[in-house]
Design a protein around this ligand. Sequence first.
Ligand code: SF4
Length: 229
Amino acid sequence: MLLALDAVLRHKHRMVTLAPSDCSLCPRLVAFREANCVAHPSFYNGAVPSFGSLDAQLLVVGLAPGLKGANATGRPFTGDYAGLVLYEALAKTGFAQGNYQARPDDGFTLVNTRITNAVRCVPPANKPTPQEEKTCNQFLIRELAAMPRLKVILSLGATSHNAVLRTLKVKAKDYPFGHDRLHQVKSPVWSGLLVDSYHTSRYNIQTRRLTQAMFDAVVARIREQLAAN
Ligand code: SF4
């Protein structure tokens, strides 16, 4: 269900308006959302807000909400298979606290970390169009601008990586995607460390393109980088 006309995020003295839960900018996704409101009336069915503080030093950027995961629960990666791998790694490395139970009221919290998606509404077949990726980019731009302490961006998958590069206004050829690849980015928008990982999707895990150990190693490296700077 749509909960509000505008998702207004207040944080200390800053007020940042990010994507409204009923954002209407992508017609195909709006139509899918409306169909899901009928098919799954108990689901959240809106643009999924980010999770974690704007004061975080780490921002994790995923692709898009899963139909029966984040689109159902209203919290990024929560209820998605990908969340099992992501949240386990974050908890192991101190970027999260509590007992993750795949529910938005499970008391699980992020530490110095924020999680968002390149596309905030669930796309059919988990595949946003290039135009939808471009349209939703405006919210990632606002999000980065509202994170004054941000030092590391972890992009999950090439689509998220490209969305981040678009946000930072840098050329893709200068920062090619690669698993466990670290990029020192300098741009007029933001300078800091961009880290790539394969997405923690069910497909990547089941095909062993990515394992929990591989992903844990990426997150542990981010922990070391933040400790050293
Ligand atoms: S994907 Fe982004 S831009 Fe498109 S409707 Fe959802 S919130 Fe709006």
